[in-house]
Design a binder for this molecule. Structure first.
Ligand code: NAP
Length: 525
């Protein structure tokens, strides 16, 4: 049986309650759960701290369990059900059974249920944010932001549920009418990463449920608690059994569970957020039975500062775009391209802002803006990018090494004299490293920015209106920030071009990813 401990949300020292408690395991009495599962919980968030899988509206233990660790300290937070292929298949069957009735639920009713789910997230936002910080290390203030962002997808798609339209087409045949129906695709398999453990789920699931699909969610090994807390709230909101299912699993089982989900004949749609490498594997699985796919993959965002830019605005944008979630967002700026006339001033001001405003520490500490990286492998990648750049001639302006706070922490780092042949110019770092390349002309900047096989987000700073049009149109990315470092919003389409993915999430376009277009030729009129 999976167990959980130490996550507490209601005590005097609220911000520090969660992590210290994890070190001192003091189990409270266990409770029986509806459906026969028994979960032992030890904190006041027991309702939200679930450790079993959630399938067909029931909490189900698995034969094995895997530990979830606090990335700030390495300490175990809890043991979670380690689902394998049989559990994945059972979850798909439950979702398929539920689809047969959920697709017929009125759009108004689907909308009301999604809205209730949203309201419950807002009511529980403090506990949900603490869960995110505990399992991902993200500073608590950012975790609060993620919960609002995450809940807003449910709200947005509760509204979009009532705006699914078809068409009537008049053709040259006078005795016919051609109708276009929009119908839910069916069961969607949803595979999500650890860097936004809540929002990456609701951005998909909100759209899927609004469209009339049902889902099986496989969250990342590092962050299953957020997905399970969402299940608890979905259940409380009255989302029918089998509509939202969660099957956590350990990294050692991710491959087989992923394959089982992506090849199951009862699954119609695969929606994945994660690395481009994993996305390619899932696309191969999907090809076998020609399933619909949405892929939100990695990026290598350029951040261009032209001579005409307002340098203070550019530095503020650079700080926001680079260091959110300690540099672990897919839209994080990965390469800073700065025109030669403004280069030295930008580098100076950027370094000053980093030294003044970035504070490394445990995400539960008030002052922390930079939490740990997710694991040792992530730290090693940042270290490798820094040492490769320095060995090829880059200069460390600030930072440059592991942070003394702990093994998963890295100093916010600024490098200048960076060139295109360095790893940090070519690969997503996914950490607190800002490499600056100097350029001469607009054409050169565009060429460097577009010299990538991915294209998720891109940013640039300029006060020249003609340049703004030119550059916005030429950047080969799915999303552009002009004089703006934070661009995500539920109302706007999120997604990339090239190997950054397929499809869009959020916005009015997001729901289309879960709807089939059916043409009905109505003759004999
Ligand atoms: P990842 O290794 O691809 O993992 C993402 C998810 O896929 C996790 O649930 C993981 O499970 C699972 N997984 C891994 N290998 C699998 C396989 N062979 N079959 C089935 N599932 C598999 O990505 P990550 O390193 O966690 O996340 C960071 C990446 O995600 C970055 O590249 C980032 O840019 C990208 N990202 C993109 C977006 C976007 O919207 N475009 C948003 C956020 C992140 P385990 O956790 O158990 O390994």
């Amino acid at each position: 049986m999976a167990t959980c401990w130490g996550l507490r949300s209601c005590c005097g020292a609220r911000r520090r309650a969660l992590w210290p408690a994890a070190r001192h395991l003091r189990p409270r009495a266990g409770r029986s759960e509806p459906g026969g599962a028994r979960t032992r919980s030890y904190g006041l968030s027991s309702e939200l701290l679930r450790t079993d899988s959630f399938v067909g509206g029931r909490w189900l233990p698995a034969a094995a369990a895997f530990p979830v660790h606090d990335p700030a300290s390495g300490a175990a937070l809890g043991m979670v059900a380690d689902c394998g292929v049989p559990e994945a298949r059972a979850a798909v069957r439950a979702a398929h059974e539920a689809f047969c009735s959920w697709r017929g639920v009125s759009v108004k009713e689907r909308s009301v249920l999604l809205r209730k789910w949203h309201d419950l997230m807002i009511q529980n936002k403090e506990d949900l944010a603490q869960i995110i910080t505990a399992e991902s290390g993200k500073p608590l203030k950012e975790a609060h932001g993620e919960i609002l962002y995450s809940a807003h997808f449910l709200e947005w798609f509760s509204e979009e549920a009532r705006r699914i339209y078809g068409d009537i087409i008049y053709t040259s045949a006078k005795d016919r009418r051609s109708l276009v129906l929009k119908q839910p695709m069916g069961v969607a398999a949803i595979i999500t990463p650890w860097n936004f453990p809540s929002a990456m789920i609701t951005r998909k699931v909100g759209a899927a449920l609004a469209a009339g699909c049902t889902v099986v969610v496989k969250p990342a090994e590092d962050t299953p608690f957020s997905a399970l807390a969402l299940a608890q709230l979905a259940n409380q909101a009255g989302i029918p059994p089998g509509v939202y299912n969660v099957i956590p699993c350990s990294r050692s089982k991710a491959k087989e569970v992923g394959e089982a989900l992506c090849t199951d004949p009862l699954v119609s749609k695969i929606s994945f957020t994660g690395s481009t490498a994993t996305g390619k594997i899932l696309l191969q699985h999907a090809a076998k039975s020609v399933k619909r796919v949405s892929m939100e993959l990695g990026g290598l965002a350029p951040f261009i500062v032209f001579d005409s830019a307002n340098v203070d605005q550019a530095v503020a944008g650079a700080m926001a775009s680079k260091f959110r979630n300690t540099g672990q967002t897919c839209v994080c700026s990965n390469r800073f391209l700065v025109q030669k006339g403004i280069h030295d001033l930008f580098v100076k001001k950027f370094a000053e802002a980093m030294q003044k405003n970035l504070h490394v520490g445990n995400g539960f500490e008030e002052r922390t803006t930079q939490g740990p990286l997710i694991n040792e492998k992530a730290v090693e990648k940042v270290e490798r990018h820094v040492s490769d750049a320095v060995s090829k001639g880059a200069t460390v302006v600030t930072g440059g090494k592991r942070h003394q706070y702990g093994r998963n922490f890295f100093e916010p780092t600024l490098l200048s004299n960076v060139t295109r042949d360095m790893l940090c110019s070519q690969e997503e770092t996914f950490g607190p490293l800002a490499p600056v390349l100097k350029f001469d002309t607009e054409e050169e900047a565009i060429a460097i920015a577009n010299a990538a096989d991915v294209g998720l987000a891109g940013y640039f700073y300029s006060q020249d209106p003609a340049q703004i049009w030119r550059v916005a149109e030429q950047l080969e990315v799915g999303m552009v920030g002009v004089n703006e470092g934070i661009i995500s919003s539920v109302e706007c389409p999120f997604g990339g071009v090239k190997q950054s993915g397929l499809g869009r999430e959020g916005s009015k376009y997001g729901i289309e990813e879960y709807l089939e277009v059916k043409y009905v030729c109505y003759g004999g009129l």
